[in-house]
Design a protein around this ligand. Structure first.
Ligand SMILES: [Fe+2]
Ligand SMILES: [Fe+2]
Length: 168
């Protein structure tokens, strides 16, 4: 997501800018620890989107603490469970962390607008990453545990874990 994220973010400025990110039942994966982590991710990005300039420093630091532990936990789960589609997933995490590194440098040079653009890019990125990469891991864990994909009952109706491209 490095350069691409920042350019996506730059494009996002041309569209209506979201001022918040809210939890959506469609983000639920059925793996409790991942779902809790994702609720916290949404809270952190929402804080980045809605903080005034004076509060951005703290919001960015909180996001970094969260996202490092979030990604590390998922990657440890992949390693321990011998997840066979880990590479793309880990690469996406690494791209976000690289973008974060660049954003912190820009913010240190007074570019609060880059932090806001990054928050918009994260809000765009998260639903797709969760639906494909994180759902793939959740389905893998459920199959190992129960021999099947999790069945999710939500306000949106009944659905099994979404099929993942390249995953048998
Ligand atoms: Fe995640
Ligand atoms: Fe992930």
């Amino acid at each position: 997501m490095s350069k691409e994220a920042l350019s996506v973010a730059a494009l996002a400025v041309q569209r209506p800018i979201p001022s918040s990110l809210a939890w959506d039942e469609r983000f639920v994966l059925g793996e409790e620890s991942m779902d809790l982590m994702h609720r916290e991710f949404v809270r952190c990005v929402d804080a980045l989107l809605s903080s005034d300039t004076g509060a951005l420093d703290a919001a960015l630091a909180a996001f970094e603490r969260h996202v490092r532990s979030h990604f590390a936990e998922e990657e440890e789960t992949m390693r321990v469970s011998r997840y066979d589609s880990a590479r793309c997933h880990v690469e996406e995490h690494a791209a976000v962390l690289e973008s974060l590194r660049e954003v912190k440098i820009a913010f240190g040079q007074g570019r609060a607008d880059v932090v806001r653009a990054f928050a918009i890019a994260l809000a765009d990125w998260f639903p797709g990453h969760t639906r494909v990469m994180d759902q793939g891991l959740a389905t893998w864990l459920a199959r190992q545990r129960w021999g099947g994909a999790p069945v999710l009952i939500s306000k949106l109706g009944l659905r099994a874990g979404a099929p993942i491209q390249g995953y048998a």
